[in-house]
Design a binder for this molecule. Structure first.
Ligand code: BTN
Length: 260
């Protein structure tokens, strides 16, 4: 699918201003005013050997996807819908989605001053409501990281309004999408480098600090058709959630956990 020829000034301006901090994301941004899913476009391009750092950005998605097979509402102008191609080392891939959650939280804070927190594994929340999410899809050679951020309340449908929020609803003022995107990409580049330069301890530590309101709370999840509950204590060095059940500690690697 062919991208639109001109990146709107709303994004081009802030990306140019942040150019020196965008690192691997400086070179190529493909803009679509209307697309199925930016993750699909980025995945196809990654399969065709597109370089790491390619950014696929859309104003609107008609088949936006979330984690666990859910859909991601993506109406025009109301959110940020972006996917990037990464080619991490095996060690860096381990903590990539946690690093992305931290980067999005920090990018939103730098651009707008809004303080959000991460919810395992990589959701971004404010006051118990979801503000942004990350969908990582990969093969042996690449990871496509898709990021969806609710900028305006119109980004999410009324049936999730009790569980969702947006940057503008939280701040009570308009926010520039381009600025939020530029700061999130700058933060993502920095965290991605950190993942390769360290063994990931600082990412885990940053994640824990930004997850403070969620840790120590009861969670519920399903496994083999049964419902379990426990106390979410921490994450380990591999990014698994450590849940205390009675006197035992369980590691949850993936799937859905509900905070009670
Ligand atoms: C989640 O379920 O929390 C993850 C949501 C990820 C949504 C983004 S929007 C850009 C990219 N393209 C998609 O189809 N999904 C991701």
């Amino acid at each position: 699918m062919t991208p639109d020829p001109i990146l709107p000034e709303e994004f081009a301006g802030p990306l140019a201003m942040a150019r020196e901090r965008l690192g691997i994301f400086t070179h190529r941004v493909l803009w679509y005013s209307d697309v199925g899913s930016t993750n699909d476009i980025a995945g196809t391009l990654a399969d065709q050997d597109s370089a790491e750092g390619l950014v696929v950005l859309a104003d609107r998605q008609t088949a936006g996807r979330g984690r666990l097979g859910r859909s991601w509402a993506s109406p025009s102008g109301a959110g940020i819908y972006v996917s990037v191609i990464l080619r991490p080392s095996a060690a860096a891939a381990r903590l990539l989605t946690l690093a992305a959650g931290v980067a999005v939280t920090d990018g939103i804070a730098s651009a707008t001053g809004l303080s959000a927190h991460v919810k395992w594994p990589n959701d971004v929340h404010v006051g118990g409501r979801k503000l942004a999410g990350v969908l990582a899809e990969g093969t042996a050679t690449h990871v496509v990281l898709g990021i969806g951020i609710n900028v305006q309340p119109a980004a999410y449908p009324p049936d999730v309004a009790a569980r969702a929020t947006s940057i503008e609803a939280e701040l009570g003022r308009p926010v520039e999408r381009g600025l939020v995107l530029a700061e999130c990409l700058a933060a993502l580049d920095s965290r991605y480098r950190e993942l390769h330069e360290t063994r990931g301890e600082t990412i885990v530590e940053s994640w824990r600090m930004r997850a403070a309101p969620m840790l120590g709370r009861r969670v519920e999840w399903e496994s083999a058709g049964e419902r379990h509950t426990g106390l979410a204590e921490n994450i380990d060095e591999d990014g698994a959630l450590i849940v205390k059940v009675g006197s035992e500690r369980l590691r949850i690697r993936s799937g859905e956990v509900r905070w009670l």
